[in-house]
Design a protein around this ligand. Structure first.
Ligand code: UD1
Length: 374
């Protein structure tokens, strides 16, 4: 009698904008291996945390990510509403059709919710970008990271610091795989495809002669006063150069409450991947409260000023082009003045940011789950 073994099935979870560029290289590497006889199958699950074309659909089409096999369609809600809706719907899916591994990326609500649902059904969890920590418990992402890592079996890390954080919390070395950064894989793979948005000529933008700003952290954008002060300080510090501000939907809700916006501020919609990174690549500098963008600016060597008091990505500061300005806006002006005086910091590229992280992850998964002879 021949025993037919079913190929292992990996759930790849994506829910919100910063997840999509992280899963693309993993899916590509899995597809490549499948085409050459690999045994790992995957099922792409979109939780629906981000759902509209600007925050989700455009990224799938531009990055060649296949249509999700399942969309849990949870939509907007509070942290708890989104977490619970994702858990209930993903658990139902697993009960109907179990997988062999739940692979989550990053630190969004979907990452944590799916990890919990899977682990409670004894489906092991792999966390890509495991181990990073800001130490700031007011960020929902930090809670998501801690909870996810507490119940993760296999950790794929972006830096030695992240691996060290995990070792310090008691994770054994054999479960930590320092593989590099899949977000950087995507950036490198698309560098030649970056293209200007249609408003580029209309706004009279010139390379090196404008700033890009992104703000979406609840602590920065939910309070009208704080947002008003931030935008005023940014507008003033940028000395008349255009400040391009792709407005995140959360931030858009606060805009009607603002009185006067700086004259040099140019509000635009959230940009698709290729257009956004074109804008970043050619900017004089980026001012942001995002974490992921500080990795992209580091890779492209664009000065980045981060309006946060902590970062979970210290290598972007110790090695890369990122400067942690903090939330005290008095510190922004001197940093911008230094930039205008041509005193931007020296920078380098962190280890294993080489475009091969997706392949390394799949190689590990094959060792762990692949069938002999495949
Ligand atoms: C989430 C992630 C954050 C990530 C960010 C990038 C968590 C805890 N946070 O924050 O890590 O950096 O995404 O965008 O998971 N909305 C739309 N269209 C959409 C999606 C959302 O209009 O396609 C609206 C929602 O209705 C909500 C707001 O945007 O009012 C915020 O969305 P939400 O998913 O709650 O979290 P983000 O603040 O985007």
């Amino acid at each position: 009698m021949t025993v037919v073994m079913k190929s292992p099935l990996i759930d790849i979870i994506a829910g919100a904008r910063p997840n999509f560029m992280k899963i693309a290289p993993i899916i590509q590497a899995l597809q490549f291996r499948l085409a050459s006889g690999g045994s790992l199958r995957y099922r792409l699950i979109h939780t629906g945390q981000h759902y509209d074309a600007l925050m989700s659909g455009n990224f799938f089409s531009q990055l060649g990510i296949p249509e999700p096999d399942v969309n849990l369609e949870v939509g907007s809600g509070t942290q708890a509403e989104q977490t619970s809706a994702i858990m209930v719907r993903y658990e139902k899916l697993l009960l109907e059709h179990r997988s062999d591994l739940c692979l989550v990326v990053g630190d969004v609500t979907s990452t944590m919710a799916c990890s919990i649902a899977a682990q409670k059904l004894c489906v092991p969890v792999a966390h890509v970008e495991g181990g990073i920590r800001s130490g700031d418990w007011t960020m929902p992402e930090e809670i998501n990271r801690m909870v996810t890592d507490a119940i993760t079996n296999y950790f794929f890390t972006t830096s030695e610091v992240a691996s060290q954080n995990l070792r310090r919390s008691g994770v054994a070395d054999e479960w930590i795989f320092f593989v590099g950064n899949t977000m950087i894989d995507t950036l490198l793979a698309n560098m030649d495809r970056l293209r200007p948005p249609s408003f580029w000529p209309k706004l009279g933008l010139q390379a090196g002669q404008y700033f890009v700003v992104t703000l979406h952290r609840p602590s920065n954008v939910d309070g009208i006063g704080q947002l008003q002060e931030m935008l005023s300080a940014i507008g003033e510090g940028c000395q008349g150069l255009p400040v391009l501000f792709p407005v995140h939907p959360r931030t858009a809700k606060s805009l009607p409450g603002l009185s006067d916006l700086p004259d040099n501020l140019r509000l635009v919609e959230p940009q698709p991947y290729l257009e956004f990174n074109f804008l970043v690549k050619h900017a004089k500098a980026v001012i942001t409260d995002s974490g992921g963008i500080t990795e992209e600016t580091t890779m492209m060597g664009v000065p980045c000023l981060t309006l946060r008091d902590s970062t979970e990505r210290p290598e972007t500061v110790t090695i890369g082009s990122n400067e942690l300005i903090g939330t005290d806006l008095k510190k922004l002006r001197p940093a911008l003045d230094r930039l205008f005086a041509g005193q931007s910091k020296e920078y380098g590229i962190p280890e294993k940011w080489d475009g091969k992280t997706g392949e390394r992850i799949v190689a590990v998964l094959e060792q762990l789950f692949g069938q002999p002879g495949s």
